[in-house]
Design a protein around this ligand. Structure first.
Ligand SMILES: [Zn+2]
Length: 360
């Protein structure tokens, strides 16, 4: 990471652009500054790349989509949407290992050289110029343009898969987790029937079935040699626990409920008795409001309210779904319970109206 490009080279130019971008990220309101979470992610980076991690800069950005990039100047950014989706440290390590391999092999330089005279490069540079050194907030348009500039070829993806796999396995992580996180991501993407283009990460990192098959095969081979089953679940869950409700709420606010339901289902597979996850699954179904969704929502909320540490909002959600489904008895009980448990709630007056509508 302490590598520097030759002065006046293409790479130096690209490096400079990203140094300016990095200044913008440092000032961005989207930057997650929490020390514990940053220390944790940095530790995973250090597990992967050893001594070189001293010079690495990791930025966690509060953006609810699956994404991580290692920019050509060596800065790494990780979106909170990725931290919501990875089930354990091993999965995070595979994604980061993949990104570092793009960086170490200087794939983005090749991508830039082949695109710098194109509209894509122009779009990025014109957005980037606005942010240069002025501490202007990094925005999604800029990041998307940056992503398009750095999108990789299928050969580069294969190299990054192989290199990332070797880094993660050498660091002692369970070799199976790479294929698992990639599969989860493509499941999420294909669940959405209204989608006309792949999500940010998949657009930049083209995936296909062959890559998944290769990764599973490599995992089989590695397993016979290493027998490593390090998942790092405990450390990972402790690091993300304080944020998960916030990230889930942000995930739902994207309004991509087909995708959110896949994401939450994956989390529930690991933690079937989490009241909070059942509540958010209920919210996703209720807000999607397609055929059969109200029933699914009611089922999830009812599971949630039967579990320890249920968020009070699960009663309100249950009431709203039941009212819509014309199950007034259920709605009445749920609204009454909500008002009893949250007498000071901001939406008390509104819930009172719903309760009256339900005949309470
Ligand atoms: Zn990639």
């Amino acid at each position: 990471m302490d590598y520097k490009p030759l002065a006046n080279s293409d790479e130096a130019g690209l490096w400079h652009i990203f140094d300016q971008e990095e200044d913008g990220i440092r000032e961005s309101p989207l930057l997650v500054r929490d020390e514990a979470l940053n220390t944790y992610v940095k530790r995973v980076v250090c597990n992967l790349i050893g001594l070189q991690c001293d010079a690495s800069r990791v930025y966690i950005l509060d953006i609810p989509v699956f994404n991580a990039e290692c920019a050509p100047n060596g800065m790494v950014f990780v979106f909170t949407g990725l931290l919501l989706r990875t089930q354990n440290e091993a999965q995070l390590a595979f994604v980061l290992g993949h990104e570092f391999t793009h960086f170490f092999r200087r794939h983005s330089l090749n991508a830039y050289e082949s695109r710098r005279d194109t509209a894509t490069a122009f779009a990025f540079l014109s957005l980037g110029a606005g942010a240069a050194g002025a501490g202007v907030a990094v925005n999604l348009a800029q990041l998307a343009a940056l992503g398009a500039l750095l999108s990789y070829s299928r050969d580069q993806e294969r190299e990054a898969d192989a290199g990332g796999f070797d880094l993660a396995v050498a660091a002692g992580y369970d070799p199976r987790q790479g294929a698992m996180i990639w599969r989860a991501m493509s499941e999420e993407d294909s669940a959405n029937p209204h989608k006309d283009k792949p999500s940010l990460f998949l657009a930049n990192h083209p995936a296909d079935k062959e890559r998944l098959a290769t990764m599973s095969q490599k995992a089989d081979e590695a397993e016979t040699k290493t027998h490593s089953d390090e998942l790092g679940t405990q450390g990972f869950q402790a690091a993300v626990a304080p944020y998960r409700d916030k990230w889930l709420a942000e995930e739902l606010n994207r309004g991509e409920f087909y995708e959110s339901i896949v994401v939450i289902d994956h989390l529930i597979a690991d933690e079937p008795s989490s009241a909070s996850l059942q509540y958010y699954l209920g919210e996703a179904y209720r807000r999607r409001n397609g055929k059969g969704d109200l029933d699914s929502a009611i089922q999830s909320y009812e599971l949630a309210v039967g579990l320890p540490d249920v968020p009070v909002a699960a009663y309100r959600g249950l009431g709203m779904a039941a009212l819509k489904a014309e199950k007034n008895d259920v709605a009445r009980d749920a609204f009454a319970k909500y008002l009893e448990l949250a007498p000071q709630a901001d939406d008390k007056a509104m819930v009172q109206i719903y309760l009256t509508k339900a005949g309470g």
